[in-house]
Structure formats: C-alpha cells, structure tokens
Design a protein around this ligand. Structure first.
Ligand SMILES: [Zn+2]
Length: 424
C-alpha cells in the first residue's frame, strides 16, 4: 500500500500519525466501494461441470468474489446493487485456455503500451471468448510478465506463463527458426544434460514463470525430426516439480510422446497427428502417469492451410488428431482446453468446441476441460467452479449449452474477479 511505503516512521509527530491513520481508513473505504456489489439475475446457472443446473438463478458479487449464488427465489439482490439481466443466457465459471502465446504485435512493449491498446488485444483474443485465466506456453518472459503485472487494470485475463520453452539440442523446429532467424534460434535454451535443464527451470522461475514448457519432439523440415533426451526431460521435470510447476510438452512425434511419458511430463500441449494413431497401450501409459492432453484440433486445420497441403491429405491429418482425442477420452483421459491462439488467429479458436464435440466429448466434458480440469491441474481449484467465496471469474453465454454445445462460445459478457472485461 503506498501510504505505508511513504511513512517515514517513528520520528513523525503524533498528530501526523493520526492524520495518516485517518487517510488509511479513507483509502480502505474507497477500495471497498471500488469493489462494488452487483448481481446477474434470472440466468440459467451451471456452477460446475458436474453439478446441477438451476433454470432461473442469480449470482451476487461483492468485492470480486461470489457473495451468493442459487435460485432467484432464494437469492435476494441487495438494495443498491447494480443489476445485470441474465435472461436467455447461462452463467458459467470463467474459462481457462491453457495454450496461448502473447507474441503477436498487439502485446509488444507491454510495459509502456497504452492501456487501451493492450485491453483491445486481450478482448479480441481472449476475454471476448470467455477466457478469464490463460497459460502462455512460450513468449518473451519480460514482456509477458509486464503484461501480467498490468492485467488486473486491463480487460485481460489472469496470466500464467512458462516463459521461454526448452528445445532438443540442435532441434529448434524449422518454423521457429524461420520466424526468429538463425541467430536468435541458436540462442534458445537447448540443454544437453538434466542439470543444465534444471538450471533453465530456475532461470525462468526467476523471470516469473509459473509453468514449464518443453519441446520434446520437433519437426526440422522434410522427414528430419528432433528429440529431447529423456535424461534432459527428467532433469527439467524434477526441478519444475520441486517448485510446484506444471510441465507442458510439445510432443510432435510418437518418440516425443514416449520421452514425455518417461520423463514425467504432466500435460501434452497438443495431440500429435504427425505420429499417426495412438495405440491403446500408449494411451494406457499416458493414463498411468496421469498425463493430460490439450487437443488444439482447430490448429491442425490452420497448419494444413498454411502448408498448402492438398485437401485429401489435410483431411486425413486433421482426422488423425481428432481420432487421438476420441481414443484418449474414451479411455478416461483428462482433457484441458487450449487453442494455441496467438500462434493462430482467434477467429479459428471458436471452432475448437465443435471439433471436440465431434471427437465424442459432450457438453459436460467440454465444460470440464474449460473450467474444473485446468483449475485443478494448475492447483487453483477455486477458479474451476462457482460457490460462495470463490473469485467471481464469470462468463455469461447466450442460450443453453445442454441443447447446443456451441452456446459455450456465444459469449455475452465476461468478468475477472468481478470486474467487467468484455460485454457485447
Ligand atoms: Zn503453441
């Protein structure tokens, strides 16, 4: 608090102290007023993916938290509270997107950029899609941490970041090399030993990372691939886990998935159509290690278009990704929602829900991947379901996701910690 920082301490006269105390009290009052009381009335309520649906419900928010939630008949709106009409809509816990990148032009120089520029970027890319928490799986950490610091005053979601990912030695993917140039690509972390990988984890922790990202299997052009040594993967995961970090891996290939399983990776950041179908044995081993998968199915469409792949081959590739997800889900695997937005345009991200539904996930399963599953994985379960006292990260969508799962993407309004960050 600035007042405390400005206090010169005990040499001050008592009258000044008294005045300072008064000023502090005033500030506290103003802060409480800034965290106003408001309510969404007469909306359908789905407080958690597994819970009951309330047809006519009300949520009361105070100081950024859920103050009351339940049937409208049982939850009175306090006098003087601002009211949001929720009729025709559904209130859900705020969504997570655990695969994003803050690397595009809109977020450059986040420390000094005008607030409205950054807010517009966040709305376009994320909060207009209902995302209230995101995990950045690779960007320049100084910039993303600057954005994260400013996020609470912007129309941005809460931001967690891995910082700069690690790559196999000599295995920086061809598209990363092309985008950054050889000199920068050669300077990216490519640990040769487990202890070197552990040092990179410590370094990114100091830069503000909250998770770790490894490229375990990479594409180097043509039929050439890169593979991270299992000892390196183990060195990185052991250090990351020691600090409570979740480890994401870009699998790329079947040997990449094998290295991720052996090395103790927590989450595959993609399906991996390059490697062909996933066998029941492979999926069993992923399940035994409690590995979660981020499907990024809409990404494959974008990649095929960018690569100019003829339709037949493209369709087969995309179907392989969907088949991997279908098999993984059928075996009881845990799915976390993620789109790779920032690398792909946001207009392509809305179809992810449709593709997941096409791979056999019902509305509860997809909602779980957007809310409770990532919240649990990232050790923040209060942000995965709505209840009295939880942070008021909320999405109001048009329609009923039970009737039409794509209603999940028809976002009318989004709030992070009770603050409006998007409304249509
Ligand atoms: Zn990505």
């Amino acid at each position: 608090m600035p007042l405390r920082g400005a206090s010169p301490g005990s040499r001050r006269a008592p009258s000044h102290r008294w005045r300072e105390l008064l000023a502090t009290a005033l500030l506290v009052t103003l802060e409480a007023r800034a965290g106003e009381t408001w309510a969404i009335e007469h909306a359908r309520l789905i407080a958690s993916p597994a819970g009951a649906v309330v047809e006519d419900g009300t949520v009361v928010v105070r100081d950024g938290r859920v103050k009351a939630i339940g049937p409208s008949a049982a939850v009175p709106v306090p006098q003087g509270a601002r009211r949001v009409d929720g009729r025709g809509g559904t209130v859900l816990p705020g969504y997570w997107n655990v695969h994003v990148h803050f690397t595009d032009e809109r977020f450059v120089d986040a420390a000094h950029r005008p607030a409205e520029d950054l807010s517009r970027g966040c709305r376009e890319m994320l909060t207009s899609r209902g995302f209230t928490t995101v995990v950045d799986l690779g960007s320049w950490p100084e910039n993303t941490v600057a954005l994260r610091r400013r996020a609470p005053s912007l129309d941005c979601p809460r931001i967690l970041t891995t910082g700069i990912p690690m790559y196999p030695a000599g295995g920086v993917p061809i598209y990363v090399r092309k985008a950054l140039g050889d000199e920068v690509a050669d300077g990216l972390p490519q640990p040769k030993t487990g202890s070197e990988a552990a040092r990179f984890v410590q370094q990114s922790l100091r830069l503000g990372a909250r998770a770790t990202k490894l490229f375990v299997g990479t594409w180097l052009g043509g039929s050439r691939t890169g593979l991270m040594d299992v000892a390196v993967v183990k060195g990185a995961t052991a250090e990351a886990h020691r600090h409570g970090l979740v480890v994401f891996a870009h699998p790329g290939t079947i040997p990449g998935i094998e290295a991720a399983i052996e090395g103790g990776v927590n989450v595959l950041a993609h399906t991996a159509p390059d490697g062909g179908p996933w066998s029941p044995e492979l999926i069993q081993r992923m399940r035994a290690r409690r590995m979660a998968v981020v499907p990024t199915l809409s990404l494959w469409q974008v990649e095929m278009e960018r690569g100019g792949v003829p339709k037949e081959g493209a369709d087969r590739f995309i179907a392989t990704g969907a088949d991997q997800l279908r098999a993984f889900v059928a075996a009881g695997g845990e799915v976390l929602f993620g789109t790779d937005v920032g690398y792909i345009p946001e207009k392509d991200a809305d179809e992810e829900v449709r593709r997941m539904a096409g791979a056999g996930m019902d509305w509860r399963a997809i909602l779980g991947s957007l809310t409770s599953a990532p919240a649990r994985r990232m050790k923040d379960p209060a942000r995965g379901a709505l209840a009295v006292g939880t942070p008021a990260d909320l999405v109001l969508v048009e329609g009923d996701p039970r009737v039409d799962v794509e209603a999940l993407t028809r976002v009318r309004a989004t709030w992070t910690a009770g603050k409006s960050v998007f409304s249509r």
